[in-house]
Design a protein around this ligand. Sequence first.
Ligand code: UDX
Length: 397
Amino acid sequence: MLEAGKVPIYEPGLDQLMAKNVAAGRLTFSGDLKSAVQGADAVFIAVGTPTRRGDGHADLTFVFAAAEEIAGAIDGYTVVVTKSTVPLGTNRRVKQVILKANPDAEFDVASNPEFLREGAAIDDFMRPDRVIVGVQSERAAEVMQDVYRPLFLRDFPIVTTDLESAEMIKYAANAFLATKITFINEIAALCEKVGADVKQVSKGMGLDGRIGNKFLHAGPGYGGSCFPKDTSALARIGQELAVPMQITETVIKVNDEIKRRMIEKLRDLCEGSFNGKTIAILGVTFKPNTDDMRDAPSLTIVPALVGGGAKVRVVDPQGMREGEALLPGVNWMQDAYKAAQNADLLVILTEWNEFRALDLKKIAKKMARPRLADLRNIYSAKDAKRAGFEAYDAVGR
Ligand code: UDX
C-alpha cells in the first residue's frame, strides 16, 4: 500500500505529506531491510509493542526481531534509534541483541520517544513541545542533532538525556496526562452530586499556570493506543521492581469505573432498562480524527447496551472499517439524523466536528423519545430543552 502511495491508517494530511515527499525523492518504501539500512546514519525502530495478553507487559518480540535483522545489515557507524514505546531498560537490551548478532557492528543505540497525538500527529511533529533524545555517547548525540536540525533551528527544545531517563520521560508523561484526565473525571462525578459544573471547574482550575487548562476535559474515560498501554506497563514495572506505582494503578482502576459509570447514566436515561430501546450512538473511535478503536470507551459501553437488549445504531465518520468486527450486533448508519429516527436515546460518545453543530430541534422531532446523553459536554441542558428534548444528561454538570 505504501509503495502505491496509500496510507493504511486515517491521519489528516498524512497522504498529501507522504505523496509530496515521495515525489521529491526524499521518501521511499521497501520490504528489503538490508538495502534500507545499508549506508544509513540512523535507523528508527517503530514497530508495534502491544500489551501482552495476561500480564500487562509490552510485547517486545517485534522490537528485538527488528534489532537482530538490523544488526546483520549495519555497514559503518549507525545509530539504532528506538521510536516504539518500550519499557525501561529495553534500549540496553536492544544493544545486547545487536552485539550478539553482529559483534563487529559499529553502532550506538538511542531512545527517541514519540509524543504525537493521533489526529494531530503532523502538527505535533512539526511543532513539538520538545524532542527527547536518550543516548550513551557524544557521537550518537551528534547524529540525532543532525536528524532534528530543522526543528532545532526553529527553536524547539531538543533535550538530550541518558537512555533510561528518555525511556522514563515517555511513561511518566503519559501516566501524568492519564492521571490529569482521570482526576477531572472523578471531580466530574462529584460535581454531579453537589450541583457544580465541571466545565466551569476545569476553566477555573486550568487558569492556574501551574495546572494548565489542557487535558482537563471530562468525558467517558481515556482510551487509545497509548494511555491504557503505557499506564499498565508502568504499573507492571513498578510492581516488579517493588516500587508500586500506586497513583497510576488507581488511575487505571478509576478509568475503568468511569466507563462503567457512563453505562449507568444511559440506563437511567432509559428508565432503568435497555431492553427493547432503540439507541443511536454518535462516534465510536477513541477520539475524533482517527479511525483507531483501541481501548475506545465505546468498546465497553456499546456491548453493554446490546447485551441489555437495546437496538443499537452507530454513526462514525471513520470508525466502521475497524469497528465492524469489534462491535457485533449494531447497525451502522450514515448520519446522525437517520440514526435518530424513532430512537429512544441519542448518545454523543466521540466529539467529531460533525456532531458539534447538530440541528438538535430537527433531531428531537425525529426521535420516539427525545433524550440526549452528551458524554463529551458539547451541548448544554438549556440547548437540549430549547430543542425539545425531554431529558438531557452530560458529564459532571
Ligand atoms: C496520547 C498522547 O497525548 C501523546 O503524547 C502520546 O504520544 C500518545 O498518546 P493520543 O492517544 O493520540 O495521544 O490522544 P490524546 O489526544 O492524548 O487523547 C487520549 C485519550 O484521552 C482520548 O480517549 C481522549 O478522548 C481522552 N481525553 C483527552 C479526555 O478524555 N480529556 C482530555 O481533556 C483529553
